[in-house]
Design a protein around this ligand. Structure first.
Ligand code: BG6
Length: 493
């Protein structure tokens, strides 16, 4: 019988900023996500322009701060997990989750970033959440930082550009790893650590309009360097505070194929992949790859790094590599005149052989197998798929059912590819958490209508709805996959 390895961690993944809500409760401070504006995308083409608040500036932030509006700042309410966590975790338990990925909102623990003492109410909230998971034998998988630096950190300290960021972060990590030492074994440092180059405000607390345009590339890479040092120190602290704990890096795993066999396209694909590998190469090997150092030199980027920084990075590499995978793309040189499409917070060359989601993300299960092999062959460290799924519009029928067969088809194909990577390619895979097991807000577009869940949440893009949770068709399907440790995927064969 075909099955996944014993102990395989099936589950789902979320992020505080997209589902927790309670933005002014429990002593929470304001984060960059609380000023993320929803802009109604009228067409698919416009979606690329509403991505992830890249164009944020002080004026927009002040405007956001002047209002308590939650309709146009929807991450303020999320899906109100803050008040529904018992009900939601019970539903995850009903599906048989072995693990649940969530992030700690840093602004609940240190509302500004520079306080002497952490906020006890915030710490207590996560105690209750973890206890609820453990009650059902669900292993929490915790992201330390998922797109929500505190706003004060961004506005008063220039975010991760400031070297003080390392101290703020390591203090936070020390607090949470001590507090949750008996409850959490698996940790991720920065969600999609590579995303600082694509949405520097959300990931790095960098307000682009404050820096000279010609300096901004240097600013982003300096911030990245601080994150690398902080991540290595976080690994050290975590291992000290929780013996036996496992700390992973987290990447946005795009797979790029050359659009044609032309060497120029192959080179473009290799370079696009390196944009990503730069981050895992550094965090796994503990040192900058030659091609990244060459880039700093060739672009005239003066990245300040001390010998001690480099020693820290070398001494504390990650234990495993986690990543998100949604779609693949093509690369070509030149790109002018080629058909483009959307991918996760980027515009890419369209692959003529692949179907796309309603948001233009190209669907490619084989690309997941290729990604697993690429990463495992390169690093020989355990992998963890911590995000995968289909963002789609769901319809609630008159009888209350939600027939999301398209989601089942997408997930099934990706799970089978994952099985092949384990069985045929020898990849060591710790687990798999689908993105948004319960519908939540889209990171890139702030839409509620882009749904990923097995559980439907009655809420629309304009904040209308009861927040009621309803099971979709995929709920029972995933429950069966987990109960049979994957065997049900192959039932018809
Ligand atoms: C990943 C992020 O990039 O993709 C998540 O880690 C995000 O935060 C997910 O939600 C899906 O993207 P989107 O834009 O559809 O929410």
């Amino acid at each position: 019988m075909k099955q996944f390895p014993e102990g395989f961690l099936w589950g789902g993944a979320t992020a505080a900023n997209q589902f927790e809500g309670g933005w002014k409760e429990g002593g929470k401070g304001i984060s960059v996500s609380d000023v993320a504006l929803f802009r109604d995308p009228k067409s698919l083409a416009e979606l690329s322009d509403v991505h992830a608040n890249c164009d944020i500036n002080d004026e927009m932030i002040q405007k956001a701060l002047a209002t308590d509006d939650e309709v146009y700042y929807p991450k303020r309410h999320g899906i109100d997990f803050y008040h529904h966590f018992k009900e939601d975790i019970a539903l995850f338990a009903e599906m048989g989750f072995k693990t649940f990925r969530l992030s700690i909102s840093m602004s609940r623990i240190f509302p500004r970033c520079d306080e002497e003492e952490p906020n006890e109410e915030g710490l207590k909230f996560y105690d209750e959440v973890f206890d609820e998971c453990l009650k059902y034998n669900i292993e929490p998988l915790v992201t330390m930082s998922h797109y929500e630096p505190q706003l004060a950190f961004a506005m008063e300290y220039d975010g991760w550009y400031n070297r003080k960021s390392i101290d703020f972060f390591t203090k936070y990590v020390d607090v949470i790893t001590k507090r949750y030492a008996k409850k959490v074994k698996y940790w991720l440092t920065f969600n999609e650590v590579d995303s600082i180059t694509r949405h520097p405000f959300m990931t790095g607390g960098l307000i682009e309009s404050r820096f000279p345009p010609e300096k901004f590339e240097e600013v982003k890479f300096q911030a990245m360097h601080h994150q690398f040092v902080a991540s290595a120190l976080a690994t050290k602290i975590c291992h000290e505070n929780i013996p036996g704990s496992m700390v992973g890096c987290m990447l946005t795993k795009h797979t790029f194929y050359p659009l044609s066999p032309r060497p120029e396209d192959a080179l473009a694909a290799q370079q696009a992949m390196r944009e990503l590998f730069a981050f895992s190469d550094t965090q796994v090997h503990g040192e900058y790859p030659a091609y990244l150092l060459a880039r700093f030199k060739n672009h005239g980027l003066n990245i300040v790094m001390t010998d001690e920084d480099l020693e820290i990075m070398k001494a504390y590499p990650v234990d495993f590599i986690s990543f998100s995978y949604y779609s693949s793309s093509c690369a070509a040189a030149p790109r002018e005149g080629l058909e483009m499409t959307n991918a996760n917070t980027m515009q890419v060359v369209k692959n003529p052989y692949l179907p796309s989601s309603d948001w233009g993300w190209q669907i490619d299960p084989t690309g997941l197998r290729i990604s697993l092999v690429d990463l495992y062959d390169r690093y020989r460290k355990p992998l963890f798929i911590v995000e995968n799924g289909l963002g789609a519009k769901d319809v609630v029928e008159e009888d209350g059912t939600i027939n999301d067969q398209y989601r089942i088809d997408y997930l099934k194909a990706h799970m089978k590819a994952m099985y092949d990577a384990i069985e045929l390619d020898g990849v060591e895979l710790l687990g798999y958490t689908t993105w948004g097991p319960i519908d939540l807000l889209s990171n890139s577009t702030n839409q509620m209508s882009k749904r990923y869940g097995f559980i439907y949440v009655d809420l629309d893009d304009y904040g209308n709805g009861t927040y009621k949770r309803m099971k979709k068709k995929s709920f029972d399907w995933y429950k069966e996959v987990i109960a049979t440790n994957g065997a049900s995927l192959f039932d018809e064969e």
